[in-house]
Design a binder for this molecule. Sequence first.
Ligand code: SER
Length: 341
Amino acid sequence: MRKEAVLITGANGEIGHGLINYLGGQGNFGVIALDVQPLDDSLKPFVEKFIQGDILDGMLLGRLVAEYEIRTIYHLASILSTKAEYNPETAHRVNVEGTLNLLRLAVEQSQWQGRAVKFLYPSSIAAYGLPDLATKNSAGKIKEHNWLEPITMYGCNKLYCEHLGRYYARHYRQLAADKSSTTVDFRCIRFPGLISAITVPTGGTSDYGPEMLHHAAQGLPYDCFVRPDTRLPFMVMPDAIKSLLLLEAAPSENLKHLTYNVTSFSPTAMEFHDIVQKAFPGAAIHFKPHAARQGIVDSWPADVDDSAAREDWGWQPDYDQVRSFDEYLLPAIRERYSSGN
Ligand code: SER
């Protein structure tokens, strides 16, 4: 019999770290981790099998079908918004074709198993696109179906993959005579900027928050690439992991939507700066806005409405702004850098 497993792509990334740490300790199923880079040593004890490879490699994914009974896929691998702008076509291949490959894997798995395979997909506030700053400032908390005109390749990819997920979940091969009822159980979360005490993001545009904090904690100067008045929604990593696990566990009959906003707090870059400066009084943080990256952040919402997630699957963050810094980020980051890791 094939072994029951959960597949996590982008295992080395920020969400991957948090998720593998949690799921790897559960023990009733194996964690298969996939990444293009070698797996971080800290994650190795939590993983049943690590596969170093590319999500664009169909052969590699095919072998997984034969070996494991995958009940849930967390498809985290992606090229983030800033990096994607430097090579949009490569980003499209990884973000869209990669997701298509994983969705196909989910279909094959569900056909073998005779039951739906859950597909957890992290989308982003980058799926939104507000036309100008005045609109952003007056739009209030944005609901899932509004302002969906992203200006980045990454945002376009995320929004399109949400549609692909809906297609695979509800309309896959709709004209086939043998159209089967077992399918992909697609569940998607649009994340705000995420902040972890353990890892630093690479290639994103909400990175000024986490970068400011991690630089200050290491005594390094930091030039913030957005204006002080820039506002974005953020959330700490334990809440991001909590939201994925809650959505995964939610009974399907409660889920009225395929895509849900989640959020916690929405500071300006100045508020972020003030908290970090107070915690690390020697920090040398300066504002040196980068016009193009500022333009991207100005197109993203200042806040999102996550009431659908609250109603359908009981979402609520454990960490508001004060708790995020006082009880998670600051203690964990101080510990991390004082121990020289
Ligand atoms: N954090 C991501 C980025 O900045 C947004 O989802 O690209």
